[in-house]
Design a binder for this molecule. Structure first.
Ligand code: FAD
Length: 446
């Protein structure tokens, strides 16, 4: 079991003064109150010792990058403006994994299957309780068109060495008893899994801290300066940090943080929203989804110069329904699915939640009668071309990014962080990151 003592555990740390090993960062309301009478220029004067590598962003991408770099013995500091997992990495559905490594693994296989291996490492070898399990997933088929589409997909997956099976409703219900028998069938993906988003992301940050990284929460980065003698100076509300190498892992906020460096990073915030029932005894065992959206996006993915592919809406207009869900270990049944470009609006929309609940009820009729206990929304980092952006940004010296993980960054973030860390540590690009090269899309801001 890893040393999960209260002093180090991010959620259990005292707010006022956070002991972070070699460094001490003052954070929380008490600090704000004590410092609020000072002019801003004086308040922002605490200058921290220089870090070799500084990561901005305490989601799964940043926390995993920090963990893997610290494991390699590198001097790492992570800055997060809220708490660890306070944005998408703590708000997602918790679905993981893909369809296997395949005969010729590409980036997608590395990110999904590699992440599953890292989840196993943290939970099984290091003793973190992340509620991780390889549950498998079932995708509901509602129409003849979707049936043909999924049939082709299963054939293609299998001929390329991946796993996937087409089940009759009766076969599916034999392994997931609450499924609707009256649909056309279900696709079974045995290698998919699930984990708790907050516990998992905090486990990565904790493991990073145990390996020697400094994890500094409550540090909102407001300015970044390229230093004349190399490296970067990073200004937060309360302190100044300096580093040689800078890593951007700011998820849906890569755009504004890129602007601080004079760069245009084509990542847009896409709102996803979810709802939960009260806790129930175990009723749902797999992750559940629907083929409605993947079929619709196979016909037209809706992308254009300023719109990423595979959204549920174009402007205000709904293009497709989208569904994913599972039952959490605490008994809540959770579902969600919308992907809408609404800027930085994180308020859940009751109309969308109602549509999603109707969709979920078609697949798992049980939920039609269960009241909604709570709803929430978060912002996913969608790159404009739909592919991850992981690697070196050649327009600046020693600048890296681990982002663009879109709607599946929880299941791909751990390996994205490891690949990013390997790149930084060795100075050589892991060959699979050719597909995610930032040089393809990051430009000087105009
Ligand atoms: C409702 C919903 C459901 C989802 N379901 C799934 C799922 O089932 N499976 C899956 O794989 N993925 C899912 N996702 C997507 C997944 O959550 C994201 O792709 C992933 O969490 C992105 O991780 P990240 O670390 O890049 O970004 P984030 O988790 O958003 O982390 C970025 C961090 O950077 C910090 N930051 C930003 N700007 C600054 C600044 N100026 N200074 C300091 N810190 C800053 C933010 O506070 C934030 O904590 C879902 C997302 C949502 C919203």
């Amino acid at each position: 079991m890893a040393d999960q003592d209260q002093k180090l555990c991010p959620e259990l740390r005292p707010k006022l003064s956070v002991n972070i090993g070699r460094r001490r960062v003052i954070t929380g309301m008490g600090t704000l109150a004590a410092a609020s009478w000072l002019p801003h220029s004086i308040r922002a004067q605490s200058i921290m010792p220089e870090a070799e590598i500084l990561i901005i962003g305490g989601g799964i991408a940043g926390a995993s990058t920090a963990f893997h770099l610290a494991q390699q013995g590198r001097n790492v500091t992570l800055l997060e403006r809220g708490e660890i997992a306070s944005e998408a990495s703590g708000q997602n559905m918790g679905g993981l994994g893909g369809s296997g490594w395949g005969n010729m693994p590409g980036l997608q296989s590395y990110l999904t299957m590699g992440s599953v291996e890292i989840f196993k490492q943290l939970q099984n070898d290091m003793g973190y309780d992340m509620e991780f399990r390889l549950s498998g997933s079932l995708t509901a088929i509602h129409t003849e068109e979707q049936y043909e589409f999924i049939q082709d997909r299963v054939l293609s997956l299998r001929s390329n060495g991946y796993d996937g099976e087409l089940l009759t409703p009766s076969e599916a219900r034999a392994i997931e008893p609450e499924l609707n028998l009256n649909l056309l069938g279900y696709m079974y993906t045995p290698r998919r899994g699930q984990a708790d988003p907050v516990k998992s992301t905090r486990a990565f940050a904790h493991a990073a801290e145990n390996a020697g990284a400094s994890i500094n929460t409550g540090q909102n980065v407001i300015a970044i300066t390229v230093r004349g003698n190399g490296g970067y100076s990073i200004q937060t509300d309360t302190a100044e940090y300096n580093c040689q190498t800078l890593v951007l892992a700011t998820g849906a906020w890569c755009g504004p943080v890129g602007q601080m460096l004079g760069l245009n990073i084509p990542i847009v915030p896409i709102r996803g929203q979810m709802w939960a029932t009260e806790s129930l005894p175990p009723r749902i065992f797999h992750s559940i989804s629907s083929a409605s959206s993947s079929y619709a996006w196979s016909q037209d993915n809706g992308s254009d110069d300023s719109t990423p592919p595979n959204l549920t809406h174009k402007g205000d207009l709904r293009i497709t329904r989208h569904l994913y869900g599972r039952q959490r270990k605490n008994g809540e049944i959770i579902f969600g699915g919308a992907r809408q470009d609404l800027g930085y609006n994180k308020n859940p929309d009751p109309v969308g939640i109602k549509i999603n609940r109707g969709h979920a009820s078609e697949v798992v009729p049980l939920v039609a009668d269960l009241p909604i206990a709570r709803t929430w929304a978060g912002l996913m980092p969608f790159s404009l071309d739909g592919s991850p952006i992981i690697g070196k940004i050649p327009l600046r010296d020693k600048l890296y990014i681990v982002s663009g993980l879109s709607s599946s960054g929880f299941g791909r973030g751990p390996m994205a962080g490891k690949l990013g860390a390997d790149y930084i540590h060795t100075g050589h690009m892991p060959h699979v990151l050719g597909e995610s090269d930032p040089a393809r899309c990051i430009t000087e801001a105009e």
